[in-house]
Design a protein around this ligand. Sequence first.
Ligand code: GSH
Length: 212
Amino acid sequence: MGETTIYGPAYSTYSRTVRLVLEEKGAPYKMVEVDILKGDGQSPAHLARHPYGKVPTVELDGFSLYETGAIERYLDDAVPGPKLIPTDPKQRARMNQIMGLVDSYGYVPIVHGVAVNRLVKPILGQKPDEAEIAKALPEAEKVLAEIENLMGQNPFLAGPQLSLADLHLAPALAYFSMTPEGEAMLKKFPRLSEWWSKMKDRPSMAKTAPKL
Ligand SMILES: N[C@@H](CCC(=O)N[C@@H](CS)C(=O)NCC(=O)O)C(=O)O
């Protein structure tokens, strides 16, 4: 088994999820920068890897793959190290459900609606779109409430052990918690806050922390 190549920028939440999987497994990888903010996602070289111009994509032993959930599951199957997919059918279903919630209902309001407006636009010299933030906040709240509900009393999102669900949500929550609105909202969710306070201190999170 060789080294995984991840195509994507360190600041991308989904690229960070893939890095987290490999960090938690203790597996080697290298990053090839594809700066989506500069339009590199639409370059011919990247479109050949990902027809929709998104990040991340990975390559391992001559096998190319895109779509973060598929990448995570493949790496868990193919790369040695601690298993991140529960064997218990119910926990596995919860993991898949929460990953789906993040993709379908969480990513856009949490990352685009709040984090990009509050954190990225000011760096780019742009004004945050307050109407977009106001629209995103109740959507973000709904998905976080649902994830807290689904995690129940478990220390991790899908059960007693770390799974892909935790690594799928953590990068988005990292940005969200850096915004005043996100920080305030997290306080409404005590079990999710408890999870986040431990999650953010994992060595894998420190090693993948983006420099904004
Ligand atoms: N469905 C894709 C979504 C990936 C995605 O949205 N990535 C973002 C960065 S975190 C991206 O490439 N954004 C650039 C764009 O949408 O043009 C996946 O699961 O990998």
